[in-house]
Design a protein around this ligand. Structure first.
Ligand code: FEO
Length: 394
């Protein structure tokens, strides 16, 4: 377990969690990393720690460069336990280390988790000299917890951005110029969609606060470090914050006897006829956290459920609950579903989409029993008309 150099005197000393497959409900098929950074200066400084259980790996990486007992300063950019989980271990090894965190929320949250470790609260614009280097603190509240802040270091111009620009992506390659870059972008989008998306407005403010910083390197708290591709990841974040849509349409459904599935395909045909790129997700086979990434950038979303015991299917309710928590960008939507007798589910889906601040293109599309070919054609025609009307209004 060795420290990995980022630049002279700055090392990645985090932990790689190759086996992580679930991060509080978010499916992490590529694992993750918990990134901590060591700065060698007159004051030896550690930026963030790692998740509980990974202290040994972090301490071994630090020890490959310097005795961990010599750490003078720990910066906690965020109190969530995947970054603060080994604070006690570090403080018990580096007995004289001072822990700096966001004034107010940072001190409060770290105290709640770990008791009073003598935290020093820092405010916007405050700076801290390490010797040759200076740290400047920029609070980024609600990106994505109240305590979040980022730390900018001169003269190397490194932004320690914590969760922002991160990816759940386990890799031994640390830099964007050496990793599987397309995979890093996929995981960055999925990360934003599942973690940061509800706080787009606050993220926009954070991007603005960092806009004047001459950033040369972005060191997030998960995944790879951005160097050459900083303009690309900043452009992606700007488009996600701005709710920029592409030409895709996401269709999410569950089905009992394939009738709702047939309706999903009828809607797929409509989207295709309108020049859109449909993405179909049967909830039996797809995870909410994957769907949400495509839904975030899709122009339209259609959600369908059969009626089961007077309700929508539990899988659809689960998706809609997750979707409601993460979105809020008034996406254009369609509710649909088949039924045998009660027929409540399409209207329930419609109401749930309204509650998620979506804008329905047409009333809930309902179909009793197995739809005939003619009925499916009618569904296709009605969706084409609704989409064309919407596109004409843009
Ligand atoms: Fe990666 Fe919000 O912690």
């Amino acid at each position: 377990m060795k420290a990995m150099p980022i630049c002279e005197g700055v090392y990645w000393v985090g932990a790689i969690d190759w086996n992580l497959r679930n991060f509080h409900g978010y499916e992490t098929e590529k694992g993750s990393s918990y990134n901590a950074y060591l700065i060698l200066d007159e004051k030896i400084t550690l930026i963030d720690t790692v998740k509980e259980g990974f202290a040994g790996e972090m301490l071994a990486r630090i020890a490959s460069v310097i005795d961990p007992a010599k750490i003078d300063i720990v910066i906690s950019n965020h109190a969530e336990p995947d970054h603060s989980g080994c604070l006690r271990e570090i403080c018990s090894v580096a007995k004289n280390a001072k822990v700096y965190t966001a004034f107010g929320a940072g001190v409060k949250n770290l105290t709640a988790y770990y008791g009073d470790l003598g935290y020093v609260g820092v405010k916007a614009g405050e700076s801290l000299s390490l010797g040759k280097r200076t740290l400047r603190f920029v609070p980024t509240p609600m990106v994505h917890w109240p305590d979040n802040m980022v730390t900018f270091m001169t003269p190397e111009n490194i932004l320690f951005s914590n969760d922002a620009f991160g990816q759940h992506y386990a890799s031994d390659e640390r830099l964007d110029v050496e990793c599987d870059l397309p995979e890093a972008y996929i995981q960055a989008r999925k990360y934003y969609a599942n973690i940061v998306q509800p706080y787009g407005m606050q993220t926009g403010k954070a991007l603005a606060a960092c806009a004047d910083l001459p950033i040369r390197t972005i060191c997030p708290s998960h995944g790879i470090v951005w160097t050459k591709h900083i303009p690309d990841i900043l452009a992606l974040y700007t488009s996600w914050v701005g709710n920029v849509c592409d030409d895709t349409a996401v269709i999410v459904y569950d089905t009992m006897w394939h009738s709702t599935e047939a309706m999903a395909h009828a809607i797929e045909s409509a989207f295709l006829a309108c020049g859109l790129k449909p993405r179909l997700y049967n909830l039996h086979y797809s995870h909410n956290s994957d769907i949400i990434a495509d839904a975030m950038t899709a122009r339209y979303i259609a959600v369908g459920s059969p009626t089961l015991n007077n309700n929508m299917m539990p899988s659809v309710a689960s998706f809609l609950t997750y979707f409601k928590g993460l979105t809020g960008n008034r996406k254009k939507c369609i509710a649909f579903g088949s039924y045998g007798w009660g027929g409540q589910s399409p209207d329930q889906v419609y109401e749930a989409l309204l509650a998620a601040k979506c804008q329905p293109l047409l009333p809930a599309v309902k179909q009793a029993y197995k739809p005939s070919a003619e009925q499916l054609e009618q569904i296709t025609a009605s969706v084409i008309a609704a989409v064309q009307s919407d596109q004409a209004s843009l």
